[in-house]
Design a protein around this ligand. Structure first.
Ligand SMILES: C[S@@+](CC[C@H](N)C(=O)[O-])C[C@H]1O[C@@H](n2cnc3c(N)ncnc32)[C@H](O)[C@@H]1O
Length: 367
């Protein structure tokens, strides 16, 4: 029996999972491991407060052949439990990750399925206390969740996984309010850019909803003009949307990667947003580990966004995290970085952290 993608109900067969979604979940899991190892690297630290929000949590499990695979909520719960065990091993006092989990889904059946999965995985005692399930739309529950986080943590250390179906369910307002309030928040966002571009192929009307992603009349005209040159039209449109998303998110660091769905033939963006260079570097490290499975649109060197004159000239190519890309990136850095650094130095010195911030600030402030 074929089960619809992302459809769960208690007692019914599990949905399958596409390879690109599986990759995305592998990256989420690996990122959480790296995250906890990094933030808890101070040996005398014995407690970490954190909130993890899965805004589009789904039903918790998938079926691939005879194997049952965990969905994002289980991945999150297991990553926290294992990080606590791993980090306690080398310490004199046990290490506690005081995590609260906020799982939201608009489909009641999905949440009920998830409730069973969580209980069966050994977390039943946490349901209703540190694990909260919310039925309804993510954007509607966000203020309540943020108030709960703010009540216990001033800087709001939190990770938001926003794994929407398409591109309409995470309004930019939601992301802006997260970064406006919580300097320690990080967001992992999926955004089906190709689904949006396909929509524009049939409906050319600009709208308020699309305007928040930078899709205005000029954008649509440029997309119309370029869309038959499939690769080029899509890449430039994708880059324009990404630039807009970053500039309107309030996040200082925005690192997008593209996942390709074989089944739909569509590109899906998976982006990491944060206010900290270190966080971005950790995510980049994870992408290098998974090289060849992701593509970053644009050049490697400074992972810049926006239209790039060279892309217009030679139509650029996807950065694939291969050895060849690494070599090109090193060459570009070698050629370009000294000039950029000299331009920013003036008469003084500049730290690496300040350098990367200043590279990004001008575009960010235009928003
Ligand atoms: C792509 S699936 C999530 C998969 C899950 N993150 C995982 O990796 O296992 C998207 C989920 O979002 C839910 N959903 C759709 N619109 C929503 C909204 N506006 N707010 C919250 N959940 C929504 C759907 O019911 C579905 O379960």
């Amino acid at each position: 029996m074929t089960v619809k993608n992302f459809a769960w109900s208690p007692g019914a067969p599990l949905p399958g999972i596409e390879p690109h979604s599986e990759r995305k979940l592998e990256v989420v899991r690996r990122y959480l491991d790296v995250y906890f190892d990094t933030v808890a690297s101070i040996p005398h630290m014995d407690r970490l407060n954190i909130a993890i929000v899965d805004g589009f949590c789904g039903g918790g499990q998938y079926q691939r052949g005879t194997t049952v695979l965990p969905g994002s909520p289980l991945i999150i719960l297991d990553a926290v439990r294992e990080a606590q065990e791993r980090l306690s091993r080398d310490r004199r006092k046990p290490f506690e990750i005081a995590a609260t989990f906020h799982f939201v889904d608009a489909a009641r059946d999905h949440l009920e399925h998830l409730r069973g999965v969580i209980a069966a995985a050994g977390y039943a005692d946490k349901l209703g206390s540190s694990i909260q399930l919310y039925h309804g739309e993510f954007a509607a529950h966000l203020p309540e969740i943020m108030a709960k986080i703010a009540a216990t943590q001033r800087k709001g250390r939190s990770i938001f996984l926003l794994d929407q179906f398409g591109y309409l369910d995470v309004p930019m307002d939601s992301i802006r309010s997260i970064f406006g309030k919580f300097p320690r928040a990080e967001v992992l966002l999926t955004f089906s850019i190709d689904a949006m571009l396909n929509y524009l192929s049939t409906s050319r009307a600009a709208s308020e909803t699309l305007a928040q992603f930078g899709v205005d009349r000029d954008f649509i005209a440029a997309w119309e003009a370029n869309k038959n040159d499939v690769e080029f039209g899509r890449i430039t449109a994708q880059r324009a949307v990404m630039t807009h998303l970053r500039n309107n998110s309030r996040a200082l660091f925005f690192t997008p990667f593209m996942l390709f769905s074989q089944a739909s033939g569509r590109m899906m963006m998976f982006a990491h947003l944060s206010q900290h260079q270190a966080a971005r570097d950790k995510m980049l490290g994870v992408h290098w580990e998974f090289q060849n499975r992701f593509a970053h649109i644009g050049r490697g060197s400074l992972f810049e966004l926006g239209f790039d004159a060279r892309l217009l000239e030679d139509k650029g190519s996807l950065f694939q995290f291969t050895e060849q890309d690494r070599a090109t990136m090193m060459r570009e850095l070698h050629d370009e970085l000294p000039g950029k650094v000299m331009g920013m130095l003036g008469a003084g010195s500049i730290s690496l952290q300040e350098l990367s911030k200043r590279r990004l600030r001008p575009t960010f402030q235009q928003a």
